[in-house]
Design a protein around this ligand. Structure first.
Ligand code: SF4
Ligand code: SF4
Ligand code: SF4
Ligand code: FES
Length: 935
């Protein structure tokens, strides 16, 4: 064991035409634009360096990387010298050795000589370079003016900044600018007084720093160091795995010491993140060993009883006998299961198999129901595949980026950094969002158009954009004629051309000025390659599926599909939302989105699983809860999902749970739903098991076990035991065998295996004989369904209306440092950035109600009431308030309603009519919550 060595090529890769040169007498061929330093590194020759690293552009300040080039005077810096054909380079000569030693001598004369006790000892490039250049003594002594008394900033909870060790290479500054795009760091002062500064000479915590860690990773010395390394020492071995937070799916090296994770280092070869990360994936892993982890199986007869710790055998045996008892008295359909987008593909697959094969019904659903089910429905209808069309890298070739109902800098930060880089390089940006999200104006990025629509009017906006495209002759006629279904296009063209869809006619509804709408439509249609990225601000509406189809219409009409830089891509919320949907978690579909009523598909699964499968779709989550309240649904197995906090109308959810006779919760913490459970099965974190996650770009990445499961079993093993206890045999020695079964039964996964994933790192489905290395861009030669289908998208206002009693619209979302229901991130130091949910309210609305910043306010809808502190913000438009749902004690979903998408039942989280007023204390619901928590 040991740490995997990653080569630092010194400067970023280039993609020009091949150029051949000679380095130290050996020929090497690299793309034009490559630096001499990188060319040397690619042939295995490491030129000493300090200020260069391959994640940022070369700066040429340290003068350590000097080389000699035939025919050139002096000793140019190899990091800033591009290769030329026929160039002859020498990297090792007596003159270079002497020059490099002199440079190092100067650096070391102003550096603490505490290597033996330094946290970076053994992992310090300054130390390595002193060795590499053969520095043996420092002639200048250490008594002159120096920077050794500069203080250490420990304000960031995860890393320290020890200014006394800084060599001013500016790698951190460039990483913050180029990789992260936050521009939080500068070099302050001049000459000898120069120093790295966060913000306006602020602490890291007080500055604009978002704690992504890119600067820490780029720093060649111990100046920027993870506190975990300072406290626990250098890691000893590592495991390559995939982040378990958001749908970007970043690849990490979990760097370990024994069974302890010391740090998570983003993996340079990770194809979704290319060595970058955000604060959650890099730093917020402490929850996995938090003292609150529930690690013992428990049962109880009634939810009012205390839990009783039991063995795995007893818990599983009890759960199985309860489910069989319920089915014997209430029918086969009285039980069901919920799969989790936080669990692996293999675990999700097993839960739906358990339901269909062992429960004997199709009552399986997933938390994607409440986020991206409209994506599945809408994109499948239009294109034939329920997934985004592009890989993330594609954005590098976009000329126009259209972000709708998504907040990438908070929800999908690593992709946001990528997007910002492309925007800084010249792409144009259109944002459609009720709030002024950060992307609208952030350092060196400004949206050309921000269509600040009223919540709930997405479809009216997309129709208005389409109206402009159709009536101003901006349709890509050739694309439509060749690639799309003509009758549906003809109907759609006539439909959107109707005067009622004109921006001037819909401005009253949408709140977007007509001229702005027209300009945005023209830019999208004529600005070059245009890509749509969207989030839950599209799907979580009563017309979520309609809006997805509306965006698909827009992309087809303008020919923005089937090529790099274009497309329609959902930014998936949780790490494995795409995978959970792919794995047959919906009540009507097997893996690969094939309907349970399709006889051939059903036979395939029946033969493989050796069991008869119901041909009728089962119940969705809301239907299960309704049926429970009505008395006909009695048992639910929930893996890795906290529906009592995440699903809308909390009171209805908990009433449904409370009405059941056996609720089995499998999770890493005793979550809110577990309050209604009769059996608790301790779950395993992503660090404790093998498997795969599928990210928002259909990329299947390996999750690898870094430590043993704290409760003794991985989640997939528990499902296997439960199936066996129910009398249905499942037999797998390793999750790789589950993936083999998925591949045998799912055409789009036919070529996927752990061996392939180990060899390729990750692969994007479809991956089969037709695409053995996967499919980065879909629908290149034709749509999966044949011809692209246009659907008429009539705007139908939500039934949730504002009025005198509930005059404001509440819309909800996420924040960077927290994640969904907060079970994980609330148990990390991320709370320093966001320790409670707050209500953002426009200054006018606040003033009308006498609300000042920080006041506690009641938030009341027709279904419930909670309270939280107000934050006055002009990011909001008048009439609209906003909050997050990360804290159970706020209970944002106490106020959200039962309205949902007409096609998929995805809840309408984004539009709730509310009243906001000053209040002194907690709501009744919160007081009950507090009492229960104390008990
Ligand atoms: S942690 Fe990220 S945002 Fe903060 S200073 Fe470093 S690179 Fe910039
Ligand atoms: S903090 Fe590190 S990366 Fe930044 S200038 Fe100093 S030594 Fe270089
Ligand atoms: S962007 Fe998403 S996947 Fe990447 S590190 Fe952050 S939370 Fe994890
Ligand atoms: S590494 Fe080239 S000048 Fe510093």
């Amino acid at each position: 064991m040991g740490l995997i060595h990653e080569t630092d090529f010194g400067t970023p890769a280039r993609h020009g035409a091949p150029v051949t040169l000679e380095i130290d007498g050996r020929a090497v061929t690299v793309p034009a634009g490559t630096s001499v330093m990188r060319a040397a590194a690619e042939m295995g020759t490491a030129i000493p360096k300090l200020c260069a690293t391959d994640s940022v552009e070369a700066f040429g300040s340290c003068r350590l990387c000097l080389v000699e080039i035939d025919g050139r005077k002096g000793t140019p810096a190899s990091c800033t010298t591009p290769v030329e054909p026929g160039m002859k380079v020498k990297t090792q000569t007596p003159r270079l050795a002497s020059l490099r030693r002199n440079v190092m001598e100067l650096y070391i004369s102003d550096h603490p000589l505490d290597c033996l006790t330094c946290a970076a000892n053994g992992d310090c490039e300054l130390q390595d370079m002193a060795g590499a250049v053969g520095l043996r003594d420092v002639r200048y002594g250490f008594d002159g003016a120096n920077h050794l008394d500069r203080p250490t900033d420990v304000s960031n909870p995860y890393f320290a900044f020890d200014a006394s060790k800084c060599i001013l290479c500016s790698r951190c500054v460039r990483a913050c600018e180029e990789v992260q795009g936050t521009f939080a760091l500068t070099v302050d002062g001049r000459g000898f007084a120069s120093a790295i500064s966060a913000g306006q000479a602020e602490s890291f915590l007080a500055s604009d720093c978002v704690s992504c860690g890119a600067c820490v990773q780029a720093c060649p010395t111990a100046t920027l160091t993870e506190k975990a390394v300072i406290e626990q020492g250098q890691p000893e071995h590592d495991v390559i795995t995939t982040c378990a937070y958001c749908g970007v799916g970043c690849t990490f090296k979990a760097e370990m010491k024994g069974n302890d994770v010391i740090r998570m280092v983003p993996w340079k070869d990770g194809k979704a993140n290319h060595g970058h990360s955000c604060v959650k994936g890099r730093f917020a892993f402490g929850y996995s060993t938090h003292k609150d982890r529930a690690t013992k199986p428990m049962i109880r007869a009634r939810i009012a009883d205390p839990w009783r710790e039991v063995t795995w055998d007893e818990a599983i045996g009890h759960a199985a006998s309860e489910f069989r008892r319920i089915q014997a008295s209430h029918g086969k359909g009285a039980v069901g299961g919920i799969t989790s987008s936080r669990c692996t593909n293999e675990e999700t697959y097993l839960v739906q198999k358990l339901v269909r094969a062992a429960f004997g019904n199709n009552n399986v659903d997933t938390c994607a129901r409440v986020c991206h089910s409209p994506t599945g429905y809408g994109l499948k209808t239009a294109f034939g595949t329920s997934a985004g069309t592009q890989d993330f890298d594609s954005v590098d070739e976009s000329d126009v980026v259209l972000v709708i109902g998504a907040n990438p800098t908070d929800g999908h930060p690593v992709f946001a950094s990528r997007m910002k880089k492309r925007l800084r390089d010249g792409a144009k940006l259109i944002v459609i969002d009720p709030r002024r999200i950060d992307l609208v104006r952030t350092p060196h990025v400004a949206a050309q158009h921000h269509l600040q629509l009223r919540p709930g009017t997405n479809v009216a906006v997309v129709n208005a954009l389409a109206h402009v495209i159709v009536t101003e002759g901006l349709v890509d006629e050739a694309f439509v004629a060749e690639r799309c279904d003509t009758p549906s296009f003809t109907r759609w063209r006539a439909f959107v051309a109707e005067a009622r869809h004109a921006p001037e006619a819909t401005g009253e509804i949408t709140g977007v000025p007509a001229a702005e709408m027209r300009a945005a439509a023209r830019l999208y249609a004529t600005g070059g390659r245009a890509a749509i990225y969207y989030g839950l601000g599209v799907t979580e509406h009563s017309q979520g599926s309609t809006m997805v189809m509306g965006m698909a219409n827009l992309a087809m009409a303008t020919g923005n599909l089937g090529q790099r830089g274009a497309g329609v891509s959902p930014l998936r919320g949780q790490n494995n939302v795409q995978g959970a949907c792919d794995m047959g978690s919906f009540p009507h579909e097997f893996t690969g989105y094939r309907h349970v009523s399709d006889t051939a598909t059903r036979k395939l699964f029946e033969n493989a699983w050796n069991v008869a499968i119901d041909h009728e779709p089962g119940l969705r989550i809301p239907n299960m809860l309704d049926a429970a309240v009505a008395g006909g649904f009695k048992g639910l197995y929930i893996q890795g999902e906290d529906i009592a906090q995440s699903d809308p109308n909390t009171q209805h959810v908990t009433a449904g749970l409370a009405a059941m006779e056996c609720v089995i919760v499998q999770d890493i913490f005793l979550n809110e739903t577990a309050k209604y459970a009769h059996v608790f099965l301790p779950g395993s974190s992503f660090l404790e098991k093998d498997g795969t996650f599928t990210n928002a770009e259909r990329r299947i990445g390996r999750v690898r076990k870094a430590m043993p499961p704290l409760a003794g079993l991985a989640d997939w093993e528990v499902t296997v035991l439960l199936a066996k206890a129910l009398g249905y045999d499942m037999d797998y020695a390793h999750p790789g065998e589950i993936m083999d079964e998925i591949a045998r039964l799912t055409p789009g996964f036919a070529g996927v295996s752990y061996a392939k994933l180990d060899a390729m790192g990750s692969v994007q489905w479809p991956c089969n004989d037709a695409a053995p290395d996967g499919t980065p861009i879909m629908h290149i030669d034709g749509f999966a369904r044949g011809k692209g289908l246009f659907t008429l998208t009539d705007y139908i206002p939500t039934e949730e209306r504002v009025g005198p009693r509930y005059p404001l619209i509440l819309t909800t979302g996420r924040i960077l440092s927290q994640y969904n229901v907060g079970q994980q991130t609330r148990r990390t130091a991320n709370v320093v950035w966001h320790e409670e949910d707050v209500l953002e309210i426009h200054p006018h609305d606040a003033e009308e109600r006498g609300i000042r910043d920080g006041d506690r306010v009641a938030l009341r809808s027709r279904v419930g009431e909670t309270s939280l502190h107000a934050r006055i913000s002009d990011r909001m438009q008048p009439g609209v308030v906003y909050t997050t749902f990360h804290f159970a004690e706020t209970g944002a979903n106490v106020v959200t309603t039962e309205h949902s998408d007409w096609a998929t039942n995805c809840p309408e989280y984004k539009v709730t009519a509310v009243d906001v007023r000053l209040v002194n204390g907690l709501s009744d619901w919160q007081l009950r919550f507090q009492t229960e928590a104390a008990e």
